[in-house]
Structures are given as structure tokens and as C-alpha cells.
Design a protein around this ligand. Sequence first.
Ligand code: FUB
Ligand code: ZN
Length: 665
Amino acid sequence: MESNCSPHSKLKEVHFSKITITDKFWKTRQETNRNSAILHQWEQLEKSKTIDNFRYVSGEKEGYRTGYIYTDSDSHKWAEAASLILINFKSKKLEKLVEDYFNLISKVQENDGYIFTYNQFHFPEQRWINFQIEHELYSLGHLIEATCAYYSATGNGKILEIGEKAATLVVNDLSDFKAKHTPGHPEIEIALIKLFRITKKKLYLELAEKILEERGRMKFFALQILKENFSQSKRTKIVEKQRKAAFTDRLVDETKVMSDLSKDGPPGLFIRTYLQFLSGKYFQQNVPIRKLYKPIGHGVRWGYLATSITMLYQETGDESLLNTLEESWDHMVCRRMYVTGGIGSLPLLEGFGRDYELNNKYAYNETCAAISSIFWSWEMLLATGQAKYADLIEWQLYNAFLVGMSTDGKSYFYRNPLETRGNFERKSWYKTACCPSNISRTLAKLGQYIYSINDFTLWIHQYIGSSFNYDSKDGKTISVSMKSEFPWKGSVKITIENGSEKKFAIKLRIPSWTRKAIILVNGKEETIPKFCELDESTASGYSPYDSYYLPVELETGKSEIEMSLPMETFLRKSDRKVKCNRGKIALTRGPLVYCFESTDNLDLNVPDSKMKSSMVIKQLISDTEEKLVTLRAEEPSGKILKAIPYFSWGNRGKSAMQVWIDYEE
Ligand code: FUB
Ligand code: ZN
């Protein structure tokens, strides 16, 4: 199985197929992912006619195309997630579904590689019309990623050919690549670099580079966007006419699913969004990529774009790319990110607000945006080996990512506000169904984020119980087995069998959120640098900058490492510039952010409750199957406030919820 070992990445990825996750917390979620979520998603893709759209184009079924322009991408992403699951687990049912899916796709794909049901169904003669607002390249990107994943799962070159055909089409059709061809929604760049890494064919990497280098160079972006809007509304009218002409009860069956493009936001939101459209900021098309010093625009677009630029850096070693990426990452973490690690404070725009504009109710925090940020941090970690990236991955995995899916895997949050008044709940599906399969593909490849290697050093980024064996540089086997009680307890035990004759080093990440780490290597305590006070200089109150790697030298043979990373409770304060959080605190314990849900605080007024410094915070283990650690803030008068991990809220029906809470000194 291919691992990413690009020439300029500092760390080498360990392919997740080599890692067995044994961790109770994550294993349960991976099981839910493969036994429930992925099958539920398939049912919904069928129910919403997303799959039928392909059948209509192939002629397998008679009917009228439905759904947004980009729905193909949802099922391609599903196929990627399913293929990734199949890499580590056998499932005849899933295998069959994926096989059938790719068979269908191979029928719909035209001889030259084109596939995009919106055009194929409605405008068979038209292609590459509106690069900014229609999603052809985005959808092709997800298809290419799906075929790469399937290839990794099965070694099936036939399916990879589908992806290669699509990529070659773009290479050929857009050989004279111009700024106006750059896609409004990045994604194809990631896919092309992945395809390059598998096939080693440079033309894919070159195309990705071209696309990225042309971004932000359109002279009159506003004119382009107006032209595209005009063209798209004309096309929409034609589609509507076609629909009326084709209308019969038998043919048209629009499934009612949720749209979540919330417009409920701060005053001036509409005009701000419109201006961002015209200026290109929404699409990160306002400046060339080396000048994107701040995260701007649509959250998911930003995350995918930044991920692909970081991947490009790993291939080319162009330091000017890395400098900008580092600056924008720091800017995001220090000024434009919520305490949960969620990104995107503006609804409608679905993206970043101004510095310190982090309203809790309007928070968009699309689940996909958090995922895209995890992808980005992972690439930054590989590129630089800096602990802050792994720290944020951990924080976002527990707080911004996991919250997107219910415990049973059958309902999802698209947006993730930090405060609601009880009118908000997970839905089984959305009209824009990008998040569910994104969650599933991330869960399927979770193992990827735990370790990496360079030379004779093993890096441990995440304390997720797991085991794996690998051959060290001298061809000898090194076996690693890790037991962890995260996220409830900070005890970790790592056993390493070093079969090599050489000494061997490991780097253990000390998380930003712990203050009194104790590390024993074969019973002997390691010296840990003095901890500084909790860094509260970020907008959110969460700071990954205190995290670092502790290097440890191991002899040959067996070594045992025992770690105690105490999970203290912190009352975090955000920077005073975040107006809505003044006088409030957010409760965190270890890597988890907590929230107050009305279900647990019936007699209190969530979301307007108050904590007092006189309250004593106690930890309790819930009597649920998972044995969650919940927190109770108790006042001498007997008043009690109960808090649960943010990722677990919204699993018991509609409720009000708040993360930031008034605090009386
Ligand atoms: O545009 C495709 C996807 O739909 C985006 O990534 C999501 O934010 C949603 O807008
Ligand atoms: Zn999404």
C-alpha cells in the first residue's frame, strides 16, 4: 500500500492499512461507520435520487435528473469512504455496492473521460461553462479520489483507469490552462496530486501545479462572476422548462431533504457575502496563492485549497508556498477559529468572518470545514514535523469533527453552532449532502493520523490505541503497540520491540492541554521541560502552541513507555476582542470541550446559565454504555450545572445548548 513519502516532506506517512486500531473509543466509532453510517448514506443517496441521476444518463432507468448541480460529488465521496473502509475490513455487502457503483460510473463516463450528470442530462453539448460556480472539476476531483481509494483497497487498475481518464480529459481539454479555468471550489488539485503519487505520472502533478499557480490571477473577477451568474440562471431556466415538459407523476419525484444554507446571521451578512463573491474572496481568487496570508472566504474551499498547496510544497519544496501556509495557519488558529476547532463564523457565506468575529449562535462551522482543516494540518505536520499541527488535529477530531455524526451513525450536523435555543438537531440527510461521506472517509482512514516515521525515528502524534509493525531502515522489524484510555483518562502505555541492532528514537507528542506529564521509559522517569501557564492568547482560548515532541532514545529489544498526561479541567477564556465571550468561560478537560445541554439542566435556563467561581467542579462517569466523563459545577447552595462533551450533544432529542457560559468571579 502506498504511503506518502514526498521528497520535501519531513515525515513519512504510515499507511493506515498497516495500523490496527484497538482503541475502545475510536474502534466503536469505526464500527458504527462501517456497520451503520456508510449503509445509511447509501440508502439516502438512493432515496434522494443521487444515484438515479447516473442511471438516467446511462439509460438504465427512465427519469428526470434531480438535486443540486454538484450531487455527483456526494456519491463519489461515498465511494471513496466505502473503499477506504474496505481496505481494513471485509464486507461482502459493501464490496458489492461499491463494485456496482463503479460499474454504473463506467457506463456513464463518456469515452473521453467526461462525467458530470448535470451537463450530461440537461446540456449534452456543453462542458466547462462556469468554472467558478458550477462544480465540474470539484466532482471530477471526488471521482478521482474515489478511484484512488478503490485502487488502494483492491489493486483494481480498471477502476483507477476511470480516474485517470477523467484526469487526462482535464489535461487535454484545458491544455491551454488560464486563470479563468481555475475552479471556484478547490478539490481536483488534491485528487491530482494523489493520483500522481499512485501512478507517478508527472502530468497530473503538473496540472495541479498549473491550476494552483493560475488562481487569483483573473483580471476582472467581478465581471467573470457576473457573467457566470447570468449564464447559470439562463441554464437554470432551461432546466426548469425541460422539467415542465417532461413532467409526469411517474417521472418526477423530488425527495424532500433538508437544506442547511442558513441565512440567519449578523446584520449586513447578505451584502458582505455578495461583496465577497464579486471580489473573489469567497473563492480565494482575490490574490495569487502566495499572498493568501489570512484564511478567507468559504471554509471548505479554503481547507481544500490550503491542503493541496501544502501537498504541492511537499512535491516541489518551494519555500515561498510554505511561508504563506504557516502564516495563514497561525492566523486561523489565533484569530478565526472557535474553541471547538470549528471554522467559519458566517452563515450564507459558509466561511470565515473577520478576526475575532466568532459569534456562537451564528457559527457555521460546517463539519466538512473542520475535516478540511484536519486534512490541512496533517499535510503541514508531514511537511514540518511541528507538534502544533498534531495538537490541532487531536482537538478538532474530538470536538469539531466527531460532533458531526450521531452515536448511531444515522444523522448528521452540517453546521455546528456553539449555542442554540433548542431549534436545532441532526438530520438524517441534507439537500447538500457533503458532510456525511466526508465524516465516513475520515473515520475510515483515522489510523493515518497516529504515527509517522523519518529515518530511525518514530513519531507518535495521537494517543489512539493501536498496533503496527514496520521495517526500519536496516530491514529489521519494529513492532509498536499502544494502549490508551483517551479521551477520558490520560494514561497511555506503549510497548516497542526494536528488532534492529541500532538504537532507535521516538518522539512523543506532549499535548498542549496537559501540565504535569509524567513519562517513564522502562521504569525510569524522563525529564520534562517546565510547563508554562496555559496560553490564552488566542481568540478561542485554545492554543496548540504549547504542544511539543519529547525525544526518547530506545535501546534494541523491548521497551515500555508509560505516560501519564493528566486531564485537568480548565476554564478557558477567549481573547477580549471576541466581544460575545466577554465575561464567559468555556469548560475543557483534556482534549475535550464541554457544553451545557438543556436535557441535563432542566431547571436552568440554558443557554443563559451562569457559573460562579464558588462552584466546585466534579467529574462523574455517566451510566451510558460509553461511560462518558461528565462534569458537574456545584454551588454550596446545592445548585448544580451539568456539562457533557460537546461531541456528544444533540443525541437525546431537541435541546438548547451552550459552550460559552457567563462566569461570575
Ligand atoms: O459546494 C459543495 C459543498 O457544498 C461545499 O463544500 C459545502 O460547503 C457546501 O456548500
Ligand atoms: Zn459539508
